[in-house]
Ligand binder design. Structure first.
Ligand code: GLN
Length: 490
């Protein structure tokens, strides 16, 4: 048997179900690896090894009990999992990468987390993130940057950088992330793992600490499309606690032995192959598209003409929603409270000391965009253009079943590489923002490596609620190629 930490989700579950390994053994193996390598990576904000071992012990006992009675074993019973620190896990602090929530311990579970706990997962800890998920590198975390496992001098991407690094470094067979503008897909791409941003409304947002509520989604990162699909399906579904969650039935699994993609039509949008994109990224994505052609897919050139507006539209809508969502951190109800002066001082000082620079920048941008006299010109206008962006996708999906594109214009950049230029950082998101604005699902997976040995990701976007098409395509690619099997030497 290989090292326990080399096992994929599917292999872990097989080993557990066949009694080759106990959850305690499996959990110990991952904790041991974390112990050895976490000082280099800093993928976690909070680690909970004692809780994890207790939970694993309970899972093993539960398995024995259920087996004895001949009852069904929950699908993920005993599987270790890492969770992004913007999702609530009852009894463990949820900082959101922010000082303002440094000691906030949620008393309840996010629905996505609860569903996975019901399925039997063992939480190992909470992973690093840009503060309130605002960023593309984890450099905006108040708890220090996460290092890319492929090159420790580089960022893992963000904001789910801790989860991506944890999945790539085999700290856990899978990790939960969130994606508001690319935060699952871009770090998946930078760290060489597979990650899904589901359709908006597919997975409940209850217990996900809000950033941009009309864009936020909960996703999964792991090493294969099959693993991602498995966990995604168990988190998905209607939740009465999230008014925007959809009652569309959760689709059956499609990643199987003989996944056939013949006749599927894949669109290649010309607006995603632009000046400024790293040539190796373009080459790898084009080569992957070639692989699809060889596998029997039909490749169609398409146009998403409003793509260039996605960036300005997103950076109006997301900060506007963030400014409203973050108003609740006032020193009174949640988190940090700086009592030093009167009532107004309480608000000003708690927020002033609690929030980092990027969060303050977004609150200012968002408040401005929403203010009387400017609302129509900025927020209102952005909403109209958002509709055009969505219409581009609707039209494209009458012609094709999926859209192939790069995830990010470049591979992982150096820590500090964007200095304090927020615009350079925002440009990282050009290819991922449109899916969030349109609400469509997106799947990122490795499609090659650049000359420096850094992973290159490609992205498939699909029709609303048609995640299975994306899983099918990614799985077929992973059966035909070996990019996803490479791991960083740590
Ligand atoms: N990088 C984008 C931002 O800073 C997206 C982040 C996300 O998806 N949470 O807003």
């Amino acid at each position: 048997m290989p090292e326990l930490t080399d096992l994929t989700v599917k292999e872990c579950l097989q080993a557990l179900n066949q009694g080759q390994v106990s959850s305690v053994e499996l959990t110990r193996a991952f904790l041991k690896r974390i112990d050895a390598l976490e000082p280099q990576l800093h993928a976690f904000i909070t680690l909970t090894p004692e809780k994890a071992l207790q939970c694993a012990k309970d899972a093993d006992e539960k398995r024995a009990r259920l087996t004895k009675k001949g009852e069904t074993i929950p699908a993920l019973l005993g599987l270790p999992l890492a969770i992004k620190d913007v999702l609530c896990l009852a009894g463990t602090r949820a900082t959101c990468g922010s000082k303002i929530l440094e000691s906030f311990v949620p008393p309840f579970n996010a629905t996505a987390v609860q569903k996975l706990l019901d399925a039997g997962v063992i939480p190992l800890g909470k992973t690093n993130t840009d503060e309130f998920a605002m960023g593309s590198s984890t450099e905006n975390s108040a708890y220090g940057v996460t290092h890319n496992p492929w090159d420790l001098t580089r960022v893992p991407g963000g904001s789910s950088g801790g989860s991506a690094a944890a999945a790539a470094a085999k700290f856990a067979p899978a990790a939960l992330g969130t994606d508001t503008g690319g935060s699952v897909r871009q770090p998946a791409s930078f760290c060489g793992v597979t990650g899904i941003k589901p359709t908006y409304g597919r997975v409940s947002r209850y217990g996900l600490i809000a950033y941009g509520s009309s864009l936020d989604t909960v996703g999964v990162l792991a090493r294969t499309a099959e693993d991602v699909e498995l966990i995604f399906r168990l988190m998905a579904g209607f939740d009465e606690r999230d008014a925007t969650s959809s009652d569309a039935p959760v689709p059956d699994a499609v990643c199987g032995e003989h996944t056939d993609i013949k006749g599927l039509r894949i669109g290649v949008p010309k607006e995603y192959f632009i000046v400024g994109i790293q040539p190796e990224v373009e080459a790898a994505v084009r080569e992957a598209i070639q692989v699809y052609e060889e596998l029997g897919a039909e490749i169609v050139e398409i146009s998403l003409p409003h793509t260039e507006y996605a960036l300005p539209v997103y950076y109006l809508i997301a900060p506007a929603e963030a400014s409203a969502n973050l108003a609740r951190y006032d020193g009174v109800r949640f988190g940090l409270r700086v009592e030093d002066g009167g009532m107004l001082d309480l608000f000003l000082k708690s927020r002033g000391r609690g929030f980092g620079a990027e969060v303050k920048r977004r609150i200012m941008l968002g408040t401005y965009a929403l203010s009387a006299g400017y609302y129509d010109a900025y927020y209102g206008q952005a909403q109209k253009v958002r509709t055009l962006i969505r219409a581009d996708f609707d039209k494209a999906f009458t012609q094709v079943d999926a859209i192939a594109a790069p995830v990010a214009p470049t591979t992982a950049f150096k820590i500090g590489g964007h200095g304090d230029d927020p615009l350079a950082m925002y440009l990282e998101d050009v290819f991922t923002l449109p899916a969030n604005l349109a609400g469509v699902p997106g799947l990122a997976f490795p499609a090659g490596f650049d000359g420096q040995g850094l992973p290159i990701g490609m992205q498939l976007m699909g029709r609303h609620f048609e995640e299975p098409t994306l899983f099918k395509l990614a799985h077929a690619f992973q059966q035909a190629t070996g990019w996803h099997k490479r791991s960083p030497a740590l």
